[in-house]
Design a protein around this ligand. Structure first.
Ligand SMILES: Nc1nc2c(c(=O)[nH]1)N[C@H]1C(S)=C(S)[C@@H](COP(=O)(O)O)O[C@H]1N2
Ligand SMILES: [Mo]
Length: 493
């Protein structure tokens, strides 16, 4: 009786691992039901803060690929492990069906356990069982050739299956998308009116790289701790106010959307973005003020602070005062809140960094003592007011060789009073054209400046906020509390 692990066993285990993951992808597509999704969520949660910060700053968007690759690797390894166990069992008890059964049930169990989708998990279990069966049905040890042939045929078959599963999974991903169809609706007249106002007040900018005063939903930046967003049907959603309260409050989607409706222009900006980065956008948000709900709960607690919780395991803690003018939003630019922006309800916290604007909001917990939320546990300090910034997003040559520079400026609830441009590295400053301020306390403005580039080496731009404070020129990295400094752009001709 042979129970040692051979190279052939390892090959079949690897094929089982790959095809099980592929099987799951074929039926689930790139979605939360794919076995890699929950593993990825666990990887994200387990990654130490300094590594997360390093990846965000240095690798940026590709960071997603890194942790997805790691998660796929883990998934393949786990299913390969199930197959190895099956192979060992089949040898130990001299029964191929037993080994295949053990591998299949184990693979299915793991997939079902992590995805909570027992039916779809069959697509991960079957390939593991099949490849274990083929790998276990080993000919006598004197006869080497048939076993090699089987290994080659199985590898070819498995590769073919990977290809087919890839196509099926892509198709599935598309139909998932079509179904969740953040399907377009016609905005209410009140929202249409605001979209038109934003359109009218936008500056006439020659370059294409500066979005309008309202960002298009498809271009609005996105920051999620998970690769796969939670899917929360509006009918299943409710939010509770708990903890140090006189009265627990629970509100359903139907009840929430019956409350007084407001449409607000609100800008969001991520604390993790570079000084001249593009994780800053504005939308027209439709929702209802959160304050009456918080008041109804009769909040208490020594710290005067709240922890907000979300369906994706995200949390953030800050002073309850910050919610004073907060909005519980269920529409963005007149569309139901898209999945990636927190469907069905997120909170908007005026003037604070993006991370306080919790998506898929589920609970507002009044605390007795301060505690760290998701990012703060990883070393960030991003729960406070945003820094003032003027971005330079476009440089375009206009008529007779002159150059137009343009961008957006944002200073949270302090508002933007003016934007200044220097062509001599800060010695002298000229006022840029500014878009008329949109109504609202937390919204950016567009700026634009045209100049003759003769003798100009670089353009420097800075904003002055509504309190008269000039954007600081002291340079700091995004980590831990947001980038500072002035954007400086060399002019090369
Ligand atoms: N539930 C939840 N809320 C969240 C996040 C998240 O990952 N999960 N990311 C936060 C961060 S860091 C930012 S900058 C904003 C981004 O919002 P957006 O993706 O709608 O642009 O959402 C915040 N709210
Ligand atoms: Mo963020």
């Amino acid at each position: 009786m042979d129970t040692s692990v051979s190279r052939t066993d390892l090959l079949f285990a690897l094929l089982a691992g790959l095809t099980s993951v592929a099987g799951s992808f074929a039926v689930a597509g790139y979605a939360r039901q794919f076995v890699v999704a929950p593993i990825d969520a666990a990887v994200v949660r387990a990654t130490p803060g300094p590594i997360v910060a390093f990846v965000i700053e240095n690798v940026g968007e590709q960071g997603h690929l890194l942790h997805i690759a790691l998660s796929v690797g883990i998934a393949v390894g786990v299913f390969a492990g199930a197959a190895l166990l099956g192979l060992a069992m089949s040898r130990r008890f001299d029964s191929t069906p037993l080994g295949a059964g053990v591998a299949g049930v184990l693979a299915w169990g793991v997939a079902a356990g992590v995805t909570v989708e027992p039916l779809l998990a069959v697509a991960a279990g079957v390939p593991a069982a099949l490849l274990t069966a083929v790998g276990a049905a080993r000919p006598s040890s004197v006869d080497h050739d048939p076993s090699r042939r089987r290994a080659i045929l199985s590898s070819a078959g498995a590769l073919g299956f990977l290809g087919v599963a890839g196509l099926l999974g892509r198709h599935q991903s598309r139909s998932n998308e079509a179904r969740s169809a953040d399907a377009e609706v016609i905005p209410s007249p009140a929202v249409q009116e605001r979209l038109r106002q934003a359109d009218d007040q936008g500056l006439d900018i020659a370059g294409d790289d500066v979005p309008g005063l309202v960002s298009e939903i498809g271009n609005f930046y996105n920051v999620d701790i998970n690769e796969f967003d939670p899917e929360v049907p509006a009918d299943d959603w409710s939010m509770s106010i708990t903890g140090e309260v006189g009265e627990d409050v629970d509100v359903t989607y139907a009840a929430l959307t019956e409350m007084p409706v407001e449409h607000r222009y609100v800008t969001l900006r991520c604390v993790g973005e570079q000084l001249n980065g593009r994780k800053m956008d504005t939308a027209v948000w439709t929702g209802t003020p959160i304050k009456p709900l918080v008041d109804a709960a009769d909040p208490d607690g020594a710290c005067g602070c709240v922890m907000l919780h979300a369906e994706d395991g995200y949390s953030v803690q800050f002073p309850v005062e910050a919610l004073e003018d907060g909005l519980l939003a269920w529409e963005m630019n007149g569309q139901p809140l898209p999945t990636s922006h927190g469907h069905p309800v997120r909170v908007l916290v005026p003037g604070h960094w993006g991370e306080t604007n919790v998506k898929w909001l589920s609970e507002v917990e009044l605390l007795e003592a301060e505690a760290d939320g998701y990012w703060e546990r990883r070393g960030w300090h991003g729960t406070g007011p945003v820094n003032t910034v003027a971005k330079l997003w476009d440089t375009t040559e206009v008529d007779d060789g002159r150059i137009e520079v343009a961008g957006h400026a944002y200073a949270g609830t302090r508002g933007v009073d003016r934007v200044e441009v220097s062509l001599d590295d800060g010695a002298t400053w000229a006022a840029a054209d500014l878009s008329e301020p949109l109504p609202g306390d937390d919204v950016w403005r567009q700026w634009r400046h045209v100049f003759d580039p003769d003798g100009v080496e670089a353009v420097v731009v800075r904003a002055v906020d509504g309190e008269g404070t000039v954007q600081t020129d002291e340079a700091a990295d995004p980590f831990p509390s947001g980038a500072t400094g002035w954007v400086r752009q060399p002019i090369d001709r």
